[in-house]
Ligand binder design. Structure first.
Ligand code: C2E
Ligand code: MG
Ligand code: MG
Length: 678
């Protein structure tokens, strides 16, 4: 036999609820009261029966005594006869006739009954004429167990009354427990489903009040839950799911794909210049722009869903999420193939070639995307997002609209992490220094200045070029100390050359991040003061793309330093998208012709015309021009003839450490002095 566990019994007890418990209690009460009434009635019946039996016995004993007195007065030996007559008269009684001396004269009936209990003694005869005694047993057994009719009726009445009381109480209790049951059921529903509904109990009593409070509490709870969910899972500006929510969707999609062998896709999308533009527009303006952008993106996603994913999209639409300040993501829960995916991403990026008209300004926000095939390239959400971001970074650095994730990107990311770690150590060890490349006056051949170029002088003796570490330093937020080290080197060295009587200027490159840092002008001022370099001997180079990206900011930054006397150059000119209007407004002094045009001079006629046009433009805008990447005398000759005043390139010297540069400078000065002497 399986014994029920106590916990189960308790569970069963709990499950029967309040009404069940009341019914059980009532039943137990009914049984107990009936038993009590039964016992009481039984005892009173017994007592009445005993009294009645004794009375009967006394009466009988009296009759027997009278009978015996008659018989014995006539015949002193007639006791036997008298006993027989008594036995015949009262066949249910037992008794004995006892002589005056206590001797038993005759016995009838059950003599044992005489010995049990206390028999009735009645004298035979009267006064002095006593002939003996009648002893008669009291018939107690006859009364035992007998319940009088009156008692039975009493018990029945009691039970009926009690049953009625219980029934009335039951109805009353049900009136209380029913709303409570409904409250309980409602609470269960709430915990299982939503908290949106309300309980409909309109009684005016405490339970009605309780139900109303319950409804009010639910309303407030529902509201708080909603706002908590909003905060936790929804982006506040766009109303799109945020990264947290997207993670759950990605995991669900990956599981489904695994179950039915399907393919899905995730694209992480970012917009060039978005953070900076939002920052410039301020909070409200920035949010408006992000909202407009997200609406354009949502329309593009719906369009791409309809054209590329066709019918599936209706059941399984693409999910658009905002996963960081500058990043959106699109999850395609089902896809036919990678080609399909690529087409989808191209379609959603396409509308961002068009400028945004925002508060009377036109903003062009280029769009890049990193695509990940699921579940192949992302076994779970975090990995999928990480790979999407890697592909996005690769697309951005290659200036491509989109890139698919490949395992080689992962390897590159690990290498980058290693490099980043090494760079942090190198900054501490002051391994970032400036090398100097001569700038030459094409007319006189004199070195008139130098460009300071960052080098990472590793302890193994290798000088790493900036192309490897500057972009990473910018991304990892380490450009500040590196740029400061180069600028400090440049100022101190140039001040030293000037003190030696060498009339030289020094050019230093400024990154987009530095240009965006409001502390930059103060840093330049401080280093100029500390080194003692005159401001006019310092030239700051800003690449054309950075300057044109945000001309207003460039102007704000350049203005005060230029007033101090610092000169400004537009680096790599010809590769960006300068508008003539912006160019005339920007307070620059120098145009540095990008080396790609110089390198193609002998092979590409177009480069010839471009250089001629830039030189003409520089003259008309009153800019000085510098040609970069001059490697041959032929190129130098061409530039000289076209009136280019300054050249820089391997033809005159590669970037070199300060001491080597100083030696080169002195040697050149000596040669010049000798030429003049001759
Ligand atoms: P950039 O400012 O346009 O510098 C000119 C680059 O062309 C330098 O490369 C220089 O070594 C190279 N170069 C000069 N003449 C010739 C030539 O005749 N032929 C060839 N093939 N190359 C020549 P580098 O030093 O590798 O610097 C690359 C870029 O890194 C620089 O381009 C500049 O944009 C950036 N950079 C360098 N130093 C710094 C720095 O301190 N801060 C910042 N923000 N960027 C820097
Ligand atoms: Mg430069
Ligand atoms: Mg350049």
């Amino acid at each position: 036999m399986i014994r029920q566990k106590p916990a189960d019994r308790k569970g069963a007890y709990d499950r029967i609820g309040l009404s069940g418990r009341f019914a059980l209690l009532s039943l137990a009460l009914l049984l107990a009261v009936t038993a009590l009434a039964w016992t009481a009635a039984r005892e009173s019946g017994q007592r009445q029966a005993a009294v009645f039996a004794k009375q009967l016995a006394i009466e009988r004993a009296g009759s027997v005594a009278a009978l015996a007195a008659g018989t014995l007065s006539r015949d002193p030996y007639g006791a036997e006869r008298a006993a027989q007559s008594a036995a015949a008269l009262f066949p249910t009684s037992a008794g004995a006739l006892v002589g005056p001396g206590g001797e038993t004269l005759a016995v009838w009936g059950d003599s044992e009954a005489l010995l049990r209990g206390a028999p009735i003694h009645v004298p035979i005869g009267e006064g002095d004429h006593v002939l003996g005694q009648v002893r008669l047993a009291v018939p107690t057994t006859a009364a035992t167990g007998a319940l009088s009719g009156a008692s039975a009726i009493f018990v029945a009445q009691m039970a009926a009354l009690l049953a009625l009381a219980i029934a009335v109480m039951g109805v009353m209790v049900r009136g209380v427990t029913r709303p409570l049951q409904r409250l309980t059921q409602f609470a269960q529903q709430m915990s299982a489903h939503s908290m949106g509904s309300k309980i409909d109990i309109r009684s005016g009593d405490e339970i009605g009040t309780l139900a109303q409070s319950f409804n009010a509490m639910l309303g407030r709870l529902d509201e708080s839950m909603r706002s908590v969910q909003q905060l936790a899972f929804i982006d506040s500006v766009t109303g799109f799911p945020n990264q947290e929510r997207l993670r759950g969707e990605i995991d669900g999609t990956i599981d489904r794909c695994r179950e039915n062998g399907a393919m899905a896709g995730l694209a992480v999308i970012s917009f060039d210049r978005l953070s900076r533009t939002v920052e410039t527009l301020g909070r409200t303006g920035g949010e408006e722009l992000v909202l407009a952008l997200s609406q354009r993106l949502a329309t593009a996603v719906a369009g791409a869903d309809a054209t590329v994913r066709l019918t599936e999209s209706r059941d399984n639409p693409a999910i658009l999420a905002k996963i960081s300040d500058n990043e959106f993501a699109v999850l395609l829960p089902s896809l036919a193939d990678e080609g399909n995916f690529e087409r989808f991403v191209q379609l959603i990026c396409a509308p961002f070639g068009r400028p945004f008209e925002h508060r009377e300004t036109r903003v062009v926000l280029g769009c890049n995307a990193g695509a990940v095939s699921l579940p192949g390239d992302g076994a779970e959400a975090d990995l999928a997002l990480r790979h999407g971001r890697m592909a996005l970074a690769a697309a951005r650095s290659a200036s491509q609209p989109m890139r698919f994730f490949t395992p080689s990107l992962d390897r590159a990311a690990i290498e980058r992490l290693t490099l980043e770690r090494e760079m942090r150590v190198a900054i501490e060890a002051n391994q970032f220094r400036a090398h100097f490349q001569p700038k030459v006056c094409l007319r006189t051949g004199r070195i008139i200045g130098a460009e300071a170029l960052a080098r990472w002088n590793r302890p193994d003796g290798i000088a790493v070029g900036p192309v490897r570490f500057i972009p990473l330093a910018e991304e990892a937020g380490m450009i500040g100390p590196i740029a400061e080290a180069v600028l400090r080197d440049a100022c101190w060295k140039a001040a030293g050359w000037l003190r030696e009587g060498l009339d030289m200027s020094v050019a230093v490159n400024v990154s987009a991040i530095q240009l965006g840092d409001d502390r930059f002008p103060a840093l330049v001022r401080r280093l100029l003061e500390q080194s003692g370099l005159k401001p006019s001997a310092l030239e700051l180079e800003i690449t054309e793309s950075v300057a044109m990206d945000d001309p207003e900011r460039a102007m704000r930054m350049v203005g005060p330093l230029r007033e101090l006397g610092v000169r400004f150059a537009i680096d790599d000119f010809g590769t960006g998208h300068s508008s003539l209007a912006a160019l005339t407004r920007l307070p620059f002094d120098v145009l540095k012709i990008d080396q790609s045009f110089v390198r193609c001079l002998s092979t590409d006629k177009q480069s010839v015309s471009i250089i001629e046009t830039i030189l003409a433009l520089a003259v008309s805008l009153n800019f000085e021009s510098v040609a970069e990447g001059v490697e041959t005398e032929l190129e130098a000759e061409f530039l000289r003839r076209r009136g280019c005043p300054i050249a820089q390139g391997y033809h005159y010297g590669k970037p070199m450490p300060p001491l080597e540069f100083l030696a080169t400078l002195r040697a050149a000065e000596e040669r010049r002095a000798q030429r003049i002497a001759l």
